[in-house]
Ligand binder design. Structure first.
Ligand SMILES: *Cc1c(COP(=O)(O)O)cnc(C)c1O
Length: 350
């Protein structure tokens, strides 16, 4: 039966219907994790997870991310404390976290940038020493593994985005990954107005439910996501073959032992190089090719955050250097080898 008719026939359009149940189970299986809560999008997932684990105050986070990371703090009345990133992974630099912890710190919110895992062990050690929860913004990390483990097993919770632009999508959607069934129960309550079955409303909550339509799309997409990631890997390899070693260009690679999802293909362009980053970006645009200056400007440069004590350029030199030179090239399963060569030609030619 066609999907929409099946949903209509079931008479359950949202509020945890059969497709919702099936997708949560299928994701646990696919991602090799035990406790998954579907949400309407990853930003709501972050807002919920921070509300469940956090407690106001300051939260250690990265300026080098999509703006949703910090906005989810703002909606909880939390203040971001920006810490600089590592030059190779673009993730929160564990060596700088402790210096930023104050008596007001209530949590750590790192991001697995471009799906490349953070130094999860080092972050765990610091968090344990200071008794802080760790909530990972894993929006870009669908299907990523470090060693033999899903990256989503780390931290007190992780949130993944199923937005249309991500590796796996339900048009809009996402998950919160929890460590145990009790926490999942709290998260499930919070995503449904704080409602606890027959007990009525027992805690803070909002509406972050995923509809049956989006859940059904997820079940369809799940069949194709593996092949999509394989094709992304081929494109990644072809870009590297063409661009690595070219004058003034660098193609950062994930550390050994990581199974990535090739969700992005960032390159770094030396500032002295001609054409420089912005010139390449414009040249590609003239040929109707959409590269992205992710993440420029930094979150710490936006009007809501730039006056914070941790937002100064001197506190974030690596993030500024990367934001000024990075360009993410198109990468998606339908991109042909011929297009990759054409893009590479436009990037390298003087
Ligand atoms: C995409 C993204 C988000 C937001 O996800 P939505 O599902 O669109 O709310 C948050 N953080 C990062 C790092 C992202 O890339």
């Amino acid at each position: 039966m066609p999907l929409l008719e099946e949903i209509w026939e079931s008479r359950i359009l949202t509020n945890g219907g059969p497709f919702h149940e099936r997708l949560e189970a299928a994701l646990c299986d696919h991602l090799d994790i035990a406790h998954v809560s579907l949400v309407a999008n990853c930003t709501l997932g972050l807002i919920l997870a921070l509300n469940v684990f956090g407690d106001g105050g300051e939260v250690i986070t990265t300026p080098y991310s999509y703006v949703a990371t910090a906005q989810s703090l703002l909606w909880n009345g939390m203040t971001p404390a920006f810490v600089d990133i590592e030059p190779d992974t673009f993730n929160l630099d564990p060596d700088r976290i402790e210096a930023a912890i104050t008596p007001r710190t209530t949590a750590i919110l790192p991001v697995h940038c471009y799906g490349v895992p953070c130094d999860v062990q080092a972050i765990r050690t610091i968090a344990d020493r200071h008794r802080l929860p760790v909530i990972y913004d894993a929006a870009q990390a669908f299907g990523v593994r470090c060693g033999s483990d899903s990256v989503l097993r780390h931290g007190d919770a992780s949130t993944v985005s199923f937005h249309a632009t991500k590796v796996f999508n339900t048009f809009e959607g996402g998950i919160i990954v929890c460590r145990d069934a009790d926490t999942k129960a709290r998260v499930d309550r919070a995503r449904n107005f704080g409602m606890a079955g027959a007990c009525g409303v027992v805690s803070a909550g909002l509406n972050a439910k995923l509809s049956e339509f989006n859940a059904a799309l997820g079940l369809l997409q799940l069949k194709h996501v593996g092949a999509g990631i394989v094709r992304r890997g081929e494109i990644d390899g072809l870009y590297r073959q063409r661009l690595e070693g070219c004058r003034g260009l660098r193609c950062p690679a994930p550390p050994p032992g990581v199974t990535t999802n090739h969700s992005y293909f960032p390159i770094l362009c030396d500032p002295g190089r001609a054409p420089d980053r912005d010139a390449i970006h414009k040249r590609l645009a003239r040929h109707d090719i959409h590269s992205r200056r992710y993440f420029h400007p930094l979150i710490s440069q936006l009007p809501m955050y730039r006056n914070l004590p941790s937002a100064g350029r001197e506190n974030l030199p690596v993030a500024h250097r990367i934001a000024d030179t990075v360009l993410c090239l198109p990468i998606y399963p339908d991109l042909t080898d011929a297009m990759v060569h054409r893009i590479a030609d436009l990037v390298v030619s003087a």
